[in-house]
Design a protein around this ligand. Structure first.
Ligand SMILES: [Zn+2]
Length: 347
């Protein structure tokens, strides 16, 4: 309540006394602010009265002005004091409420996960190892001989044009496919048979559109032995599809062309999304073109240090990113390499 010394010299109306009492009792900043506006604001009651002093008869102006100024000072003093008290109380309250509680459990750590291409790669590796193939890794920086000549693509071969190669100082380049591993693994085996190897790794071409990235991943298998024929190729590739996709996928074989295999065949798998009736993913064909293969060309076998008159073999390969796109329903290969967590967290 108001002390007598504060009211000295000021004649209070009943409403003003009530307002001063309310200011002394206000328990929140919002309440104090409301009272300040009501009484001392630009259109407040004290302000309005002060403005009206000039209209009073001359003999009353002085007294009225003094009274109102004293009242305004009194209210300001009361409001400021109460405001400081509320602020201090709020701070104390916050300090109690927000005190660090060391017994609370900590925020869970952000757990990462493997990239979809990595997961697809590991699935392929597991499948190949189960089939008895062992991993053979070749360099990503290749020389022209291993990347082209040894694979039956001499300098003037039109297939070299299609490869859109990233060239380094001669004779080096970034490998445009994993196929150089065929010759490298043959040379490393030094005539031993059977040779049953696979490779999986990054390859590079000057391409950049929704289905071609300048850097992509291929997997390739090679089997070399005496008396190997197209029937063996069909049996093994069929088994690879089963291992990777599970069940017994419906497959279609088409004759094709690769410089380093003869004959060459491509494999299509019935679209797993539409069951062959046609959809956006299979471009309404009902089939997905997935794997290229063929009997290793005699020229390649010779480049690897074996005699094509005595041994024969087959090779097959496919794009790891393309399999990841199909497995996770991604329609733009570039999304796989943008590291956008909004996408990756969905996969
Ligand atoms: Zn489909």
């Amino acid at each position: 309540m108001t002390g007598p010394e504060e009211l000295h010299g000021v004649t209070l109306l009943a409403e003003e006394a009530a307002a001063l009492a309310a200011m002394a009792d206000a328990s929140s900043v919002a309440e104090l602010e409301r009272l300040r506006v009501e009484w001392l604001g630009r259109r407040g009651r004290v302000t309005e009265q002060l403005r009206a002093v000039g209209t009073l008869p001359a003999d009353q102006r002085r007294t009225a002005g003094q009274r109102l100024n004293a009242l305004r000072a009194l209210m300001e003093k009361r409001l400021d004091a109460r405001l400081a008290e509320c602020a201090r109380r709020d701070l104390e309250q916050r300090l109690i409420e927000e005190r660090l509680d060391l017994t609370l459990p900590s925020a869970p750590p952000a757990v990462g996960r493997l990239h979809p291409v990595t997961r697809t790669r590991r699935r392929l590796e597991d499948a190949m190892v189960r089939l008895g193939f062992s991993l053979f890794e070749g360099p990503q920086v290749e020389d022209e001989w291993h990347n082209f000549e040894a694979l039956n693509m001499p300098a003037e071969h039109p297939a070299r044009e299609m490869h859109d190669t990233f060239y380094l100082p001669p004779p080096y380049l970034l490998r445009t496919h994993t196929s150089p591993f065929q010759v490298r693994s043959m040379k490393a085996a030094q005539g031993r048979l059977p040779l049953r190897v696979f490779t999986i790794g990054t390859t590079f071409r000057r391409d950049d559109d929704p289905t071609h990235a300048p850097q992509f991943m291929q997997m390739e298998g090679l089997l070399l032995d005496v008396g190997i024929g197209l029937g063996h190729l069909k049996g093994v590739v069929r088994q690879v599809f089963k291992e990777v996709f599970g069940g017994d996928p419906v497959l279609r074989i088409r004759p094709s062309f690769f410089p380093f295999t003869e004959p060459s065949v491509e494999w299509d798998m019935q679209c797993t999304l539409c069951g062959g009736s046609g959809c956006r993913v299979c471009q309404n064909t009902g089939f997905l073109e997935l794997l290229g293969s063929g009997m290793v060309h005699p020229h390649v076998i010779r480049a690897g240090g074996y005699d094509p008159e005595l041994v024969s073999g087959f090779a097959f390969g496919w794009g790891v990113d393309r399999l990841a796109m199909l497995a996770y329903g991604i329609d733009d290969i570039r999304l796989l390499y943008q590291n956008d967590l909004r996408l990756l967290n969905q996969l």
